[in-house]
Design a protein around this ligand. Structure first.
Ligand code: ADP
Ligand code: MG
Length: 227
């Protein structure tokens, strides 16, 4: 089943002489449960693609279908709800809410949605992320690795269609970096959680099922590493 379908997707900044084609007519699909790495030089358009897949930007042209929903045909409020339920975003600098505790940060997508937190699921996630002794801490009382584990919890709590991670280990040492990738792979393999990671770490990319190479806003290679 195609969980992601990208059709003729473009994002241009500015116009005339100074126009930048950050993304230039990109097409691809991702199956449910796939682990895809997106690689490319700095400025090649990776984050632009990630923002468009995450519903947090507007394309200049083209479509993004997530689980068969044409995201950019939704009006703003609908898009916000769809995003909260179906997309788990993980950033290099965690993007946690500083005044909320670990438990509150993880539950946030559900509380914003006015939905009750499934305590069993929450507890399972907390155990797997080894955060049980940090539930009432604030983000600034945590290490980088712990903060990134909280952001993984927040991304997972709504059981999203896709998890998107933009350089999730870019700010971590090698030990924490390995742990974060191990956790993301665990959720990918155990729960068939579709996972898309942007990275420039070749070791991480080689752990994916598939590597999409981007250059100047275009896909220049799309290779299956394992199937
Ligand atoms: P990457 O994540 O691969 O480093 P980006 O997607 O951030 O690349 O950027 C792709 C291109 O788009 C770059 O040339 C960048 O300068 C340009 N770009 C990104 N965001 C903006 C913006 N808000 N305004 C103008 N140009 C942008
Ligand atoms: Mg980037």
């Amino acid at each position: 089943m195609e969980i992601v379908k990208v059709e003729n997707l473009s994002k241009h900044y500015g116009d005339g002489e100074t126009a930048v084609k950050a993304l230039d007519n990109v097409n691809f699909s991702i199956h449910k449960g796939e682990f895809v790495a997106i690689v490319g030089a700095s400025g090649s358009g990776k984050s632009t693609l990630m923002h468009l897949l995450g519903g947090v930007d507007q394309p200049t042209n083209g479509k993004v279908l997530i689980d068969q929903t044409d995201m950019y045909s939704l009006e703003e409020t609908q898009l916000a709800i769809f995003r909260r339920r179906q997309i788990g975003l993980i950033y290099q600098f965690y993007n946690l809410i500083p005044v909320l505790t670990v438990k509150e940060n993880i539950s946030l997508p559900l509380s914003l949605d006015g939905r009750d937190v499934d305590e069993k699921l929450l507890n399972d996630i907390i155990q797997l992320l080894k955060l049980e002794n940090r539930l009432h801490h604030l983000p600034n009382q945590l290490s980088g690795g712990q903060q990134q584990r909280v952001s993984i919890g927040r991304a997972l709590i709504s059981n999203p269609a896709i998890m998107l991670a933009d350089e999730p280990t870019g700010n971590l040492d090698s030990k924490n970096s390995e742990e974060i990738i191990h956790l993301l792979k665990y959720f990918n393999k155990t729960f068939s959680q579709t996972l898309i990671i942007i990275t420039h770490d070749e070791e991480i990319a080689l752990q994916a099922d598939r590597i999409i190479h981007i250059e100047d806003g275009r896909i220049i290679r799309d290779e299956v590493v394992r199937s």
